[in-house]
Design a protein. Structure first.
Length: 399
């Protein structure tokens, strides 16, 4: 074989590898999704290669490529956009330009990215906040927070909480013309995790008298104890968020030491003395038959106490909101949860829906049958617009 033939062969195999993406039958616009998937796969593989060669942490490579999607805080004819800090945490604030006779609604938004990546300045997040401000005639505060691997839990949580606390003060609400009775919080993925966690924390905060009217969680991550849920099994190799990537992101939230990741992957990280927590994430009792679908329940194996002593974060309710007991959940505000069928985090959201309803919290659950993780952020795809519309309609009626 000549050099050219070999090159063609390699190009063919690589091409097939990058285009080959097994998708469920009911996915809309499959070819567009495959097309979007190609650069995602390439960047992921490149980032892993760079890390394997010992050059840089995979997150740094991924962040480098993502940074090209950041946009400056540009005002348009309908929304004034500014950057400032709330309690030293950088935020972007979106204020509708038109005059308002009454106080406006307020929405505090937390972006996703696995506690390692993402930024309020990314085009998709900027666009979403801008449209939310315009459509709901609301003031949107889109917060940033420090990220792993440089910063670990609880820094992410604390940054988001500090920024939220700064907002929920009379003088700040007056400054932006926000109605203290109509403030909500939203977040997607890791942002949904942080939104759920700070909403719980706020309930008992004696310093903050102004409380949230609602929380809206978009395919949130809510627990670290069981990495063998039906949704983890069914979406193990998902293009957008696979099990190896999800476990890696979870463990990076707590430490860069990869021994935690290994035990998490095999579901051997929960120590014996914490086994009482497993009931809070027991999918066998918390999922409906539709989602249990013939899967067998195996209780996670007991892990070493050493690891849990070193990185107690994964057993902390501020990282895993599903670990809150019913007494705590009972006081949560009106809740909206989006889950997607083809999403490794689907069952986290489903279990939270069950637990909140059991505790008497009013929950609107929107399950997207043809949805996948991150679908809201794919603005070019019909599904992104569809989810956004449903989300905004709910906010518009309830905030
Ligand atoms: C501003 O609002 C008007 C009226 O709703 C709309 O037609 C226009 O497209 C909006 N501009 C931007 C930049 O979104
Ligand atoms: C989980 O729930 C199932 C069925 O409800 C039960 O048999 C099992 O003992 C539970 N396991 C744990 C660890 O709570």
């Amino acid at each position: 074989m000549g050099g050219k033939t070999i090159l063609l062969l390699i190009a063919g195999v690589l091409g097939a590898y990058y285009v080959y993406t097994p998708l469920p039958d009911n996915i809309e616009e499959p070819w567009r999704l495959v097309w979007i998937g190609i650069p995602v796969k390439m960047i992921t593989n490149l980032a892993l290669l760079v890390e394997f060669l010992g050059i840089d942490h995979f997150v740094n490579t991924a962040m480098f490529f993502m940074s090209f999607q950041e946009v400056p805080p540009t005002s348009d004819e309908n929304v004034t956009v500014m950057e400032t800090t709330f309690n030293d945490v950088p935020v972007r604030v979106y204020v509708p330009t038109r005059k308002s006779e009454i106080l406006r609604r307020g929405l505090f938004y937390v972006h996703g990215g696995g506690w390692c990546m993402g930024d309020a300045a990314l085009f998709n997040y900027d666009f979403l906040s801008r449209r939310t401000a315009d459509r709901l005639d609301a003031v949107v505060v889109s917060t940033n927070y420090r990220l792993a691997p440089k910063y670990h839990f609880p820094n992410q949580f604390e940054d988001v909480y500090n920024a939220l606390r700064w907002l929920l003060r009379q003088e700040i609400l007056e400054k932006y013309g926000i109605d203290p009775k109509r403030i909500g919080i939203s977040g997607d993925s890791a942002g949904g995790n942080l939104a759920a966690a700070v909403t719980q924390q706020l309930i008992d905060d004696p310093d903050i008298k102004i409380k949230l009217k609602l929380q809206s969680l978009i395919y949130p991550a809510l627990q670290t104890l069981d990495m063998d849920l039906p949704s983890y099994r069914e979406n193990r190799d998902s293009l957008v968020l696979s099990k190896p990537l999800m476990v890696r992101l979870w463990s990076e939230y707590f430490t860069t030491d990869r021994s935690l990741e290994k035990t998490m992957f095999f579901n051997q990280h929960v120590p014996m003395e914490s086994s009482h927590l497993l009931k809070f994430v027991n999918w066998s009792s918390l999922l409906t038959e539709k989602f249990k679908k013939g899967h067998s329940y195996y209780s996670p194996n007991h892990g070493s106490s050493e690891l849990a002593k070193k990185y107690p974060g994964f057993l902390d309710v501020r990282a895993a909101p599903l670990l809150a007991d019913d007494n705590k959940l009972r006081d949560l505000p009106l809740t909206y949860i989006i889950t997607c069928q083809y999403d490794i985090l689907r069952d986290d959201g489903l279990m939270y829906v069950t637990r909140l309803r059991n505790a008497g919290v009013q929950v609107t659950h929107n399950h997207i049958e043809d949805g996948f993780h991150g679908a809201l952020s794919y603005n070019g795809l019909k599904i992104g617009y569809r989810i956004e519309n449903q989300y905004m309609n709910w906010l518009s009626k309830n905030l």
